[in-house]
Design a protein around this ligand. Structure first.
Ligand code: SIN
Length: 548
């Protein structure tokens, strides 16, 4: 029986008394994992723009990859993570992920996370590019929700933490008075349309990814890249924004949502077949249906030129309704059954490997600002994330970011709020109707899918740059959540296109028709204001990051 979602007071009167020590933007696995540690050292405010349970975390189906079987198991997990990342995984970050992962998962078990068990033993499944079964799952295919709920229940017991729902980040507050740019909090839009100014000694961006920048995505409506866009506008560097992972198997039927058909289906034996009924993956990779995601997604795109591609589990002798209750419930609406029918699928935007550049302790290039989870880029996933490593990433790097926030804040002078009012000029100068805002966002998303999606080239990227220039002239300007999201999506699209244009090779999730080969040296992209540069190791790039 799934844990019930906790209820919170969602009014601004719930704000802690100033001064606030720690502000966390985002209430998914990274934000909550951080909040639990931060609460040991000061007051914490966690803000989220919908109700608490509605994070990208809650949509994670397949599970959480973790090596619980000792050293050899950990070494293999590291090997698989590095292999999936196509030459670009930062080994230090990946080593931390796989080594600290088991401890974080043990904690989850102590906090009551109910992973699925058989005869009392934790059940493990396998997904693409994993050399063995190491993926824990909960309620069949509702792992993210179970983890999110158990973290929330834990956080709610902590007197130092306040949770504020229906609150959208507008911009970070930058203080340059002592000659150094430092982040001292954020402006927020509350559920009634009021602007809140929150000052904090350290601010964590844990707001997840940006799948909504594409018309076709498995991500929920909240995934609009807000935290990354806020950090970028404030002056933080971002990295590897061209690496957007396209999940190979999102449901595909006219007018139906692009619901995720978990990779765990293939882990449990699903075949991929084309419109002629042929199993085709043997033409693309020796691991067949369990090849890395980027390979499977491109294979499906090629095979799907003349018609849909299908998941076929009719040969799997298992009660698939019991194993995948959430997916089965979704499919029932379309009169489909995993045991009986083939399921139409095609790729959709799923996960951003890039994000705000951080070291492995969550420090960004701006003092007072930290990032963790999908919003951050430590280099842990390289050019293509290994399936089910994202929940683990949020747990591990959320906790590490909290530790550095605590130690840096201890040596930090108090925040003296500036006398000037926060800058809201981006939202001055007229209203845009809700319908126009939706049209504008739809235009951006459709063009991103067309020009900067799974298969890219210079012409497409050039066309997208024109689209973005033109959309900038009609940016929605109401001070509303949707207009804030529109502005953020525009920023994210710009970052993706600039980075993708600059990367003249194909690697991992970034595939260019005009440059189909790998470069000899694998390099990360880093965008620092108007300058795009490439360098081999991100952790090398972050040695000078300061969190003072
Ligand atoms: C899935 O269940 O296929 C998604 C899991 C992930 O993205 O790692």
């Amino acid at each position: 029986m799934p844990n019930a979602v906790p209820v919170v007071d969602s009014t601004p009167s719930n704000l802690p008394e100033p001064p606030l020590d720690f502000l966390v933007i985002g209430a998914g696995v990274a934000g909550l994992s951080a909040a639990i540690r931060l609460a040991t050292a000061g007051s914490v405010l966690v803000v989220t723009k919908e109700e608490l349970a509605e994070s990208n975390t809650a949509y994670a189906q397949g599970g959480i990859a973790v090596a619980m079987g000792g050293e050899e198991d950990v070494a293999l997990h590291l090997e698989d993570t590095i292999a999936a990342g196509d030459g670009l995984v930062d080994a230090e970050a990946a080593g931390i992920l796989v080594e600290q992962g088991p401890e974080r998962v043990e904690e989850l078990l102590e906090w009551g996370t109910a992973f699925d068990r058989e005869d009392g033993e934790l059940m493990l499944t396998r997904e693409g590019a994993h050399s063995r079964s190491r993926i824990l799952h909960a309620n069949g295919d509702a792992t993210g929700r179970e983890i999110a709920v158990s973290l929330l229940r834990h956080v709610q017991k902590l007197p130092n933490v306040r949770l504020l729902e229906w609150t959208t980040g507008i911009d970070l507050l930058v203080d340059s008075r002592n000659g150094q740019r430092q982040i001292i909090g954020a402006t927020l839009l509350d559920g009634e349309g009021g602007v809140l100014t929150v000052y904090a000694r350290a601010t964590l961006i844990a707001s997840g990814g940006a799948g909504q920048v594409y018309s076709d995505t498995t991500n929920p409506a909240v995934a609009t890249g807000d935290g990354i866009a806020m950090a970028w506008r404030a002056g933080a560097d971002v990295s590897d924004m061209e690496f957007y992972q396209f999940h190979p198997t999102a449901f595909s039927m006219p007018n139906a949502p692009r619901f995720l058909m978990s990779e765990a289906l293939r882990g449990e034996g699903a075949y991929l077949i084309n419109a002629r009924g042929e199993r085709f993956m043997e033409r693309y990779h020796p691991l067949l249906e369990l090849a890395p995601r980027d390979v499977v997604a491109r294979a499906i795109t090629r095979e799907g030129m003349d018609g849909p591609v299908y998941l076929d589990m009719r040969h799997v002798a298992k009660d698939l309704t019991a194993r995948f209750p959430g997916i089965s419930q979704f499919l029932r609406k379309y009169h489909l059954d995993l045991n009986r029918d083939i399921i139409p699928v095609r790729p959709a935007a799923h996960y951003l490997m890039g994000g705000v550049l951080t070291d492995v302790h969550g420090r960004t290039t701006l003092a007072g600002l930290y990032a963790a989870g999908e919003a951050a880029c430590t280099g842990v996933h390289g050019a293509n994330r290994l399936a089910s490593n994202s929940l683990l990433e949020g747990l591990v790097f959320g906790a590490l970011a909290a530790e550095s926030m605590i130690s840096d804040a201890a040596g930090r002078t108090s925040i003296f709020p500036p006398k000037t009012k926060p800058d809201l000029s981006a939202f001055e100068g007229g209203r845009t109707s809700d319908a126009d805002t939706e049209r504008w966002i739809g235009d951006l998303r459709g063009n991103m899918w067309k020009y900067a999606g799974l298969l890219r080239d210079a012409d497409g990227m050039g066309a997208m740059q024109h689209v973005l220039k033109s959309l900038a002239t009609s940016m929605p300007r109401a001070l509303s959540r949707r207009a804030i999201e529109a502005r953020n999506l525009h920023a994210i699209a710009g970052l993706i296109v600039r980075s993708a244009f600059g990367r003249c090779e194909s690697r991992g999730a970034h595939y260019r028709h005009d440059f189909p080969e790998h470069d000899a040296i694998a390099q990360h992209s880093i965008l620092e204001r108007d300058q795009l540069r490439f360098q081999p190791s991100l952790q090398g790039a972050t040695t000078a990051l300061n969190g003072v």
